[in-house]
Design a protein. Structure first.
Length: 591
């Protein structure tokens, strides 16, 4: 009776882990159930919780004769040490302690989910089933991303339930995020899944399934390109190239061919996208888009006009940035201004546009007759000259200094229609939002935080809440991270926790790559297991390399996906270790 119950619980645990793997890219925020102020029960969290509970029950009711896998001791102890460091940092955080503790809670939840995956994936058949479910999930995410790029209204409405921001762009270049919170998060999920997709194609014997999977891999590669994530694209190309080299060295023909096609396909798709949108190449070569909006203004020191009048001011505008300013189109460039009084109080933030007469290439200059609408009240004002790209950004938000002209408003009222066009907006228009600091700036801020609190940091996940204080900002985007796993952990948790994290990362990679060679026992199935081991090790490599330039532990989908891959990688290493033991047992001494 107990054996029957154990078998039933074990099958339920497997089914729930497969279901969780198949939904890792679909964490729907709307609708979801608010449990506490900082915890929402989403579909993904619910399925992962049930999988964790079922995995734990399967361990409890298992027959004694069944040998369950055991986590490598080094990985287990380092994981516990890292959690202890995070807990201490969160408990002693100077501010936002509740948010820090909530983050540690979610990270531990992800670790436990990874453990459930590890214990359930105790055979090669189970492991490949779970890995394939995840790869299929990401194909679906990528397909939705391509439909998002097509600007289909029904798709746009669908994806809004999965994220808090509606659209993403680099300059005017649109980015897709599909069902993920941000394009970089989507790129990381694609980076985790593509090595597994390549292995799945290589280890499948039926031609029609290979063709379908190859189409899915092409969709993933195209979606990765459309995220416009430089780190995601470059790291994925490097990881796929490393898989190709290892497949050639181990003489794995099918994996060699599949990896080669992926290595060629990614830059080919990027090239096609760049032909359609040249800004792709400019973005790849620029550290950030700030250099697209560098300008030099040459206005007069002072002008005069009557109340409500429109003054014409000669301004020479020079492009000292990296890109050409387009004079027409939905995202045209123009010269504009902000108007303030002499005390610095805003009078009109969104000034009249003076269009460019032609496209302005880098290094070129243009002489404009700028139009400025004066306030209806007499006095002295300050015109703050600022370039603008419509519905994208003001040049000053990208770091370009403004130029000032004093405006003397005196004399008779203009009256009539001229006074009626006076604009009184005193804040940025809703279509424009100030961007977060550039990546290098965020890294410098993280170092400042680390110098301020070197041992415990500011608290896990607290960089985004406090970086503005270290940057001298009055308002900032609390959804912005340090754009690096390593700088983020340094600022958030201090040098000790960072050292433990690096040690744990090295241990995970070492375990994933250890003895990564096929053995002679049951050659066909072992070669397949070897290929999946390679794919999982490549996925972890993609995570830690991409982590040099972005941060992924805060969103639930990538948090769970990382520990999911960790669980599978450790399970695959354990399975191959057992195979090697069987192989050694089958070898008899020669007589």
């Amino acid at each position: 009776m107990r054996a029957r119950a154990a078998g039933w619980v074990d099958r339920v645990a497997l089914g729930l882990v497969v279901l969780a793997a198949a939904t890792l890219g679909f964490d729907r925020l709307d609708p979801s159930l608010g449990l506490t102020a900082d915890l929402r029960l989403t579909n993904l969290r619910l399925v992962a919780t049930l999988a964790l509970i079922a995995g734990a029950l399967a361990c409890v009711v298992q027959p004694r004769r069944l040998a369950w896998p055991t986590l490598p001791r080094g990985v287990a102890w380092l994981t516990l040490a890292w959690v202890a460091c995070l807990g201490a940092s969160a408990t002693l955080a100077p501010t936002y302690q509740t948010q820090a503790l909530a983050f540690v809670r979610d990270l531990v939840f992800g670790m436990c989910f990874g453990w459930a995956v590890f214990v359930v994936a105790r055979s090669a058949t189970r492991l490949t089933l779970i890995a394939r479910a995840f790869a299929a999930c990401v194909i679906a995410v990528a397909a939705i991303g391509l439909l998002e790029a097509a600007n289909l209204p029904i798709v746009d409405q669908f994806v809004q339930g999965f994220r808090s921001q509606s659209t993403f762009s680099v300059g005017e270049l649109p980015r897709i995020a599909s069902t993920l919170p941000h394009p970089n998060i989507a790129a990381m999920l694609f980076g985790l899944a593509l090595p597994l997709q390549v292995v799945w194609i290589a280890t499948t014997r039926r031609l029609w399934i290979r063709i379908a999977l190859a189409l899915g891999a092409a969709i993933e590669l195209a979606a990765l390109v459309l995220t416009v994530s430089r780190a995601g694209i470059l790291v994925t190309e490097v990881v796929l190239a490393c898989m190709l080299v290892l497949a050639i060295r181990r003489r794995q023909y099918a994996l060699t061919v599949t990896s080669l096609v992926a290595v060629i396909g990614l830059p080919l798709l990027f090239g096609l996208a760049a032909l359609h949108e040249p800004l792709m190449l400019l973005h790849l070569s620029s550290e950030n888009v700030d250099t697209w909006y560098r300008a030099a203004y040459s206005p007069p020191a002072q002008v005069s006009t009557g109340p409500g009048s429109t003054a014409t001011v000669p301004v020479r505008l020079q492009n000292i940035g990296d890109r050409t300013w387009d004079a027409s189109g939905p995202h045209a460039f123009a010269l504009s201004y902000h108007l303030a009084d002499t005390d610095g109080q805003s009078v009109n933030y969104d000034g009249v546009r003076t269009p460019l007469p032609l496209d302005v290439a880098p290094g070129a200059a243009v002489d404009l007759q700028a139009q400025v609408v004066a306030p209806t009240s007499r006095g002295t004002y300050v015109i703050e000259w600022d370039g603008v790209q419509e519905a994208v950004t003001w040049f000053s938000w990208a770091g370009t200094p403004i130029a000032r002209t004093y405006l003397d408003v005196s004399g008779p009222d203009a009256g009539g229609p001229a006074a009626a066009v006076n604009v009184v907006a005193t804040s940025p228009p809703a279509a424009l939002q100030p961007p977060p600091p550039a990546r290098l700036t965020q890294w410098r801020i993280a170092l400042r935080m680390a110098r301020n609190r070197p041992l415990l940091g500011v608290g896990p996940d607290n960089f985004r809440y406090v970086y503005g204080d270290f940057a001298g900002l009055t308002t900032w985007d609390t959804g912005s991270h340090a754009n690096s796993l390593y700088f983020e952990w340094l600022a958030d948790t201090g040098v000790v926790a960072l050292a433990v994290f690096l040690w744990l990362s090295w241990r995970l990679l070492r375990t994933s790559f250890s003895d990564l060679t096929p053995v002679s026992v049951d050659g066909t199935r072992d070669a397949t297991l070897w290929a999946w081991r390679l794919g999982l090790a490549a996925s972890l490599t993609a995570w830690f390399l991409h982590g040099l330039f972005d941060y992924f532990y805060e969103p639930l989908p990538t948090n769970l996906a990382f520990w999911f891959v960790v669980g599978l990688a450790l399970a695959a290493a354990e399975l191959q270790r057992r195979n090697r033991g069987k192989g050694a047992a089958c070898v008899s001494p020669s007589t």
